[in-house]
Design a protein around this ligand. Structure first.
Ligand SMILES: Cc1cc2nc3c(=O)[nH]c(=O)nc-3n(C[C@H](O)[C@H](O)[C@H](O)COP(=O)(O)OP(=O)(O)OC[C@H]3O[C@@H](n4cnc5c(N)ncnc54)[C@H](O)[C@@H]3O)c2cc1C
Length: 355
């Protein structure tokens, strides 16, 4: 079996162009990765596994509370995301699932469930048409899969191959894995690329606007609640014309309810958003009405105008950004592409741009 991040000429798939055996920067042995969010950690992991001597610089402390990765849901849902995304997201996301499985074999891949109330049937049918990789469940099958939802919905879409990770658990695990590979992760150490002898991979998220002014922040608000009255084994998405939401089960009887998507860079959570998120959770199951609120938060997703990720190459500087609402879903596949470029000049022309 091919190991992760080893060259795989056949892998790039549709829409890609490969330049084999040519890398303008293959003589480089050292790499600095800026940012230890989900993009930076996977980049560092892939480059270190390919044999480079890697250092990661992160201006935040190890708790990473300033990173948008800290508030993410962590859903790995390439087929559900196909409803509102370009096919490249599903293509790269599906590859990422393989890389998550290889790196973290205990990642829960229990699938995702999509439900709607009968009055929102049109949204449900539309979602089913726009997405693949699912099968329809009737009420008994829903109860069999998620006993807590017995009697609540007549139909559901089940995406069996999707998974989810808990960002606040998996980020420290990735940092530990880097340390085990000999990668120095320097927290509380800001970095600005200035050394031309080293490869620099810029994964600063929204902070990279000094070099990518078209980046914008798209606010996502979320609420974490705790209750022992309901248990779920997988993310559940509720389709709704005004407030579609998802509920992700966490450890210790906690659930993350997310997420809004608002064109604003204000980091506060509005009363309206809180009402909508909590109402939608209550609509999935009334037991959420008695849950204890543990946290209310928001993050700014780094996005380019087309909401697609980019790997921008300029000499020995590579910028990986615009992961928008797909950072956990896409980071492994993007890291693999960067590494394929660094080690052998392979170019995926759907996401890479070379100056
Ligand atoms: C509410 C919410 C829910 C989400 N749910 C999901 C989901 O379910 N699945 C999914 O795939 N995605 C999800 N996302 C999107 C995901 O969170 C982002 O796409 C992803 O976290 C972006 O990661 P990043 O590494 O690019 O940025 P960040 O996580 O922000 O990391 C960038 C890091 O760079 C550091 N930095 C900046 N400047 C410097 C410097 N000069 N020197 C050193 N360090 C620097 C910052 O401190 C930061 O830690 C969600 C987002 C939100 C807001």
């Amino acid at each position: 079996m091919r190991r992760p991040f080893e060259p795989d000429p056949g892998h790039a798939g549709e829409g890609t162009g490969m330049l084999q055996d040519f890398s303008p920067i293959r003589d480089i042995a050292h790499a600095d990765v800026i940012g230890a969010g989900i993009a930076g950690t996977w980049q560092a992991l892939a480059l270190a596994k390919a044999g480079l001597d890697v250092t990661v610089y992160e201006r935040d402390d190890a708790a990473m509370r300033e990173a948008v990765s800290h508030v993410a849901g962590g859903m790995l849902a390439p087929w559900c995301e196909g409803e509102a995304s370009e096919p490249v997201i599903t293509r790269l996301g599906a590859r990422s699932l393989e890389l998550w499985r290889e790196e973290f074999p205990d990642t829960p891949f229990n699938g995702s469930l999509v439900v709607a109330h009968p009055r929102d049937r049109a949204d449900f049918d539309r979602f089913a048409k726009l997405t693949g990789g699912h099968r329809r469940l009737d009420a008994p099958a829903i109860a069999n899969l998620e006993p807590a939802l017995e009697g609540r919905f007549g139909d559901a879409l089940f995406f069996p191959d999707e998974g989810h990770v808990e960002p606040r658990r998996v980020l420290p695990q990735l940092h530990e894995r880097l340390a085990a590979l000999g990668v120095a992760v320097r927290f509380e150490t800001g970095h600005h690329a200035n050394d031309d002898t080293r490869l620099t991979v810029d994964c600063r998220g929204l902070a990279a606007r000094d070099s990518a002014p078209e980046l914008r922040g798209v606010k996502g608000e979320m609420i974490v609640v705790e209750t022992t009255e309901i248990a779920l084994s997988r993310p559940v998405r509720l389709l709704h014309p005004r407030w579609p939401l998802y509920i992700i089960p966490r450890e210790r009887n906690r659930f993350m309810i997310g997420a809004t998507s608002i064109e604003s860079e204000d980091r506060g959570v509005s009363v309206r958003s809180a009402l909508e998120l909590l109402s939608a959770a209550y609509a999935v199951h009334p037991a959420f009405g008695e849950a204890r609120i543990v946290e209310i938060g928001a993050g700014l997703r780094p996005a380019f105008p087309d909401n697609l990720p980019r790997i921008d190459v300029e000499g020995r500087r590579i910028a990986v950004n615009g992961l928008y609402r797909h950072g956990f879903l896409l980071a492994p596949a993007l890291a693999e592409l960067t590494t394929a470029y660094v080690t052998r000049g392979a170019i995926d022309n759907q996401v890479m741009r070379c100056a």
